[in-house]
Design a protein. Structure first.
Length: 221
């Protein structure tokens, strides 16, 4: 089959207990017959340390990127059309905007941008996301009857009929990650000042007084 008739669809999702990614291959024949099949999937247990759902979704996006990169090399289809689907509007915002995010977000976004562009990423509602099953889990009977194996039904339709859901951005969560970036920068600056004062003043009490004076002018984060 020609590469132009093939496309790879990577879905990612996360819950408080796990984060996951799954990949489907969509093939379209000359007779307008469409076949969708599961190629690969991966899930991981969420860390014991409390992490926000958006951050877990971002970790799922990184897994999806890695799976896609490995699969693309295996299939030897360098020009195949690729689509990445997530129900996290925050992750889409992090990938799309070039802001000074927190270190956690920045490091993972850098990994994602090595393999994909922001145009590759699309929004999908939770109820249409097959990766939701992987992150939440389900019983054997439910698994046999679910959309897991052939992907969501809408992938059988022409591209023009694929979901175009409106994205609602959580401005509060976005600002939190921006703020962490600012706080990190401020802390680094304070550490540099502390080292400078420590080298300059031999008496500890004198250094403390000068440090307190500096902190009076430090803006509150």
């Amino acid at each position: 089959m020609q590469e132009s008739n093939l496309s790879i669809h990577t879905f990612i999702d996360a819950t408080k207990t796990a984060y996951a990614a799954c990949i489907f291959l969509r093939s379209e024949s000359s007779m307008d017959s469409v076949t969708v099949q599961l190629l690969q999937a991966r899930s991981r247990i969420a860390p014991m340390k409390t992490i926000t759902i958006p951050r877990l979704e971002l970790m799922a996006a990184v897994i999806g990127d890695w799976l896609f990169s490995s699969l693309k090399q295996t299939l030897k289809l360098p020009n195949i059309k690729t689509y990445f689907w997530t129900n996290s509007s925050i992750v889409l915002t992090w990938i799309t905007l070039r802001e000074q995010w927190s270190v956690f977000v920045t490091n993972r976004i850098s990994e994602i941008r090595k393999l994909t562009t922001s145009d590759d990423w699309l929004y999908i509602s939770t109820d249409q996301n097959p990766a939701d099953i992987l992150s939440r889990g389900c019983g054997p009977k439910q698994l046999q009857k679910c959309k897991w194996w052939q992907g969501p039904a809408w992938l059988q339709n022409p591209k023009e009929q694929w979901p175009k859901s409106a994205v609602n951005i959580d401005e509060k969560e976005i600002e939190i990650e921006k703020r962490k970036s600012v706080i990190s920068a401020n802390n680094t600056e304070l550490e540099s000042i502390s080292l400078l004062l420590a080298r300059r003043f031999s008496r500890f009490s004198k250094m403390i007084r000068n440090m307190a004076w500096v902190l009076r002018f430090q803006p509150k984060a």
